[in-house]
Design a protein around this ligand. Structure first.
Ligand code: UGY
Ligand code: MN
Length: 245
């Protein structure tokens, strides 16, 4: 079915809203039985990649050249590192520093958010370590004291890590207390509910399944609308001087 060219997807110089009706699936090396939807990439102007990886039963994905973060959306993935098996169900996540030999295998169909970035080391700084967890065991912290907007930080907030991945949950009617304009870029996947996203000079209705890229300094604001909470997974580059190491 076609929609005579209508879509909520929109590409502007400082942001992309990519809605599921416009997703195109591609194969990539290092994977078998996995389709990738590439959301953010250097081709877009981003300094990282964010994809959705759709695994068929038995699908496998092996190590990448950069750092990798995975967050399981549906199904179960077996993460194997040095012969040790770490099953990851929905809400399960893992951070693999560059050079970590690993593989993911799906026992049944599964879907995951996949974020990759070339590491920006700090001279003489400590190296990032593997992190494996489940979102449900990460404490929720109210954003700027607002208990209707809660943040879970999935990675340690220390110098070893050059990016952050958080989930943000908004009660219906909750919103960011300010329009943010900041040096960090964002990759954002709507996980639940919906609302209105202001990006640059535009306002967009958004819902679960949508992806948003925000360039550095893209003005941004979100308000949750609906009867259930809105929740998103959000990436940002973090803890690095803008001029480099
Ligand atoms: O972490 C952030 O910058 C976050 N508050 N941004 C956002 O939700 N658009
Ligand atoms: Mn922000």
């Amino acid at each position: 079915m076609h929609h005579l060219g209508a879509t909520r997807s929109s590409l502007k110089h400082d942001h992309l809203l990519q809605t599921p009706d416009t997703f195109v699936r591609i194969p990539l090396p290092g994977a078998n039985g996995v389709d990738f939807i590439v959301h953010a990439s250097p081709q877009l102007g981003a300094n990282f990649t964010q994809m959705t990886a759709e695994f068929s039963a038995g699908g496998t994905l092996v190590a990448a050249s950069g750092q990798r973060f995975i967050y399981v959306l549906e199904g179960e993935l077996d993460l194997v590192i040095a012969g040790d098996r770490h099953p990851l169900g929905p809400g399960g996540f893992a951070f693999l520093p560059a050079g970590t030999d690993h593989s993911f295998t799906a026992m049944e169909a599964a879907k995951a958010a996949l974020i990759e970035k070339i590491y920006a080391p700090i001279a003489d700084g400590p190296a990032a370590a593997i992190v494996i967890g489940n979102e449900t065991s990460v404490a929720e912290v109210p954003l700027m004291g607002d208990s209707s907007l809660r943040v879970r930080s999935l990675l340690p907030n220390t110098d070893e890590y050059d990016f952050a991945v958080n989930t943000m949950t908004y009660d219906p009617g909750a919103g960011l207390s300010m329009v943010e304009v900041h040096v960090m870029e964002h990759g954002l996947l709507m996980l639940e509910g919906g609302g209105i996203y202001k990006l640059g000079d535009s306002w967009y209705p958004v819902e679960a399944g949508d992806f948003i890229w925000m360039a550095p300094y893209c003005p941004q604001w979100f308000g949750a609308i609906g009867k259930k909470p809105a929740k998103y997974l959000i990436y940002k580059d973090w803890r690095r001087h803008p001029l480099g190491a």
